[in-house]
Design a protein around this ligand. Structure first.
Ligand SMILES: Nc1ncnc2c1ncn2[C@@H]1O[C@H](COP(=O)(O)OP(=O)(O)OP(=O)(O)O)[C@@H](O)[C@H]1O
Length: 478
């Protein structure tokens, strides 16, 4: 195989780095595309695969670093299966008439009142007869807590068999949800939970007596169909968590549908997702018949309150020099610096450290727990600058950042401007009326072209900044 070209492609396309060792690539001709990026069919495939894995990692990361509800002032949209039935919403947990032990559990977790999505979702989920629900709202808005409460409310502790089944996309995400079940159900000690995840081996012929089973689709399917540890006909509540992450994983969609088909017709089906792309929507409709639908829109990200600049350089070293010139001005607040590859991010973090700056590096090579720890320190303000990559920081919410530096402009895997990522990176800096600042480093004709296309897309002028001019620097700092 063409080792050099392959190495080059890998360098360009960070997402493919990890896959090198386990890919069997057949001899094939590799030619650079119009952007000079070399792809083989194997790289393209694996890149997609990696992105999918990333979604699960991101979701886990967000859970690990989150200690509060995400603020959302948008309206909730509710579509009822029966538009004539009254629409209930609750402003307190008391109104739900929960079992006292559950209410105690909710309060012990520090929840004083239902979150926006919970206000509508909880009465629907707890209604008699049970109703099916599809709910979508961004990560951190209280979905997990909502369906956990619904499952715990429906369980009959005296009946010792699985009554609620919850599917999660990965082992780690299943454990996170399991923790919430354990916390919320802690004043209900007779309530038991089983984890249907890889490595949890039971003796053949056994029936499990736990009331709630949480697991990944493959193992749950085995437990229901092949090993018969669970009698699916007795399941009252079926939850599909993180449907968007779920269907991004090969095979999970089919396995989930096969499990759903074994359940009784009157089983309550609940599906949750942070996004509603077409594929998620199609899947949701397959597994949730006659649903009520609740949607909570994401806070709009805009560029209105953000000052955007670009700095013209000739190469990476000049970009570094420009960044050093800017450093004093940007560290008045907290800043995130985005690079295209892990290699550049590591290099930049090391160079900044050599200059005596204290920076944090968030890299894709780190374990999810390590990444969570880095973000946590940054959120606490222990470091003021975080150097990271596109892939690594996508989907991660760090609220107090007010400066974003694009050391490399965001491009998609075909080398075109990634406007969505641009907006997401930059948009976060100017939230809630705060002023934000974005500086884009441009070092070639190609990247100037990308910048121009970004300006056109958003119909916003990005001004040139001269980092050797102290007056100019003053201007951006104030
Ligand atoms: N009513 C509430 N009051 C206060 N905090 C809450 C409430 N509901 C949930 N939380 C907390 O807010 C955070 C986010 O909630 P939760 O994990 O349920 O959101 P989510 O929408 O399921 O997020 P994800 O999609 O990432 O799983 C958690 O720390 C949770 O403990």
């Amino acid at each position: 195989m063409a080792t050099d070209s392959w190495a080059l492609a890998v360098d360009e396309q960070e997402a493919a780095v990890k896959s090198m060792s386990n890919l069997q690539i057949k001899e094939e001709k590799v030619k650079p595309d119009t952007n000079g990026v070399i792809k083989t069919s194997a790289t393209a495939e694996k890149t997609e695969e990696e992105e999918k894995e990333d979604r699960a990692a991101q979701s886990l990361l967000n859970k690990l670093i989150r200690s509060n509800l995400v603020d959302n002032t948008n309206q909730v949209e509710v579509l009822q299966r029966d538009p004539n039935s009254p629409l209930y919403s609750v402003k307190s947990f008391e109104e739900l008439r929960l079992k006292p032990q559950l209410l105690q559990g909710v309060y012990a977790m520090g929840f004083n009142r239902p979150s926006k999505i919970q206000e509508n979702a909880l009465p629907m989920m707890l209604a008699e007869p049970p109703q099916n629900l599809i709910a979508q709202s961004q990560s951190g808005t209280g979905k997990t807590a909502a369906f956990v409460l619904a499952m715990l409310s429906r369980v009959e502790p005296a009946e010792r068999y699985p009554q609620c089944l919850c599917l999660s996309p990965t082992y780690e995400l299943a454990l996170q949800t399991g923790k919430v079940i354990e916390q919320m159900g802690k004043f209900h000690p007779e309530l038991k939970l089983a984890y249907a995840v890889r490595g949890n081996k039971l003796e053949r012929g056994q029936k499990i007596s736990e009331h709630i089973v949480i697991g990944t689709p493959g193992t749950v399917l085995d437990w229901c169909a092949k090993l018969k540890f669970i009698d699916p006909k007795k399941i009252k509540v079926f939850v599909l968590d993180e449907a968007d992450v779920m269907i991004a994983t090969q095979g999970h969609q089919d396995q989930s549908i096969r499990i759903q088909r074994m359940l009784p017709r009157n089983c309550q089906m609940l599906l949750f997702s942070a996004t509603f792309e077409d594929s998620v929507w199609k899947f949701a409709q397959k597994v949730v018949p006659d649903p009520n639908i609740i949607k909570l829109k994401r806070e709009e990200e805009t560029l209105d309150t953000i000052k955007q600049y670009y700095v013209l350089c000739n190469n990476r070293d000049e970009k570094f020099q420009a960044l050093c010139n800017l450093y004093g001005a940007i560290t008045i607040a907290q800043a995130m610096i985005f690079c295209h590859t892990r290699k550049t991010a590591s290099w930049l973090a090391a160079e900044l450290s050599k200059e005596g700056h204290q920076v944090a590096l968030l890299s894709g090579e780190m374990m999810v727990e390590q990444r969570a720890a880095v973000i946590e320190r940054f959120r606490e303000g222990k470091e003021k600058v975080l150097v990271t990559t596109n892939v690594c920081a996508r989907g991660i919410d760090v609220e107090q950042v007010s400066v974003v530096i694009n050391f490399d402009l965001p491009v998609d895997k075909d080398g075109n401007p990634d406007n969505e990522t641009y907006l997401h990176r930059i948009g976060r800096t100017g939230r809630f009326g705060k002023r934000g600042l974005a500086v884009n480093m441009v070092d070639s004709k190609h990247s100037m072209n990308i910048l121009n296309r970004i300006q056109e897309h958003f119909n916003k002028k990005i001004e040139r900044l001269d980092t050797d001019d102290l007056d100019e620097i003053e201007k951006i700092a104030n």
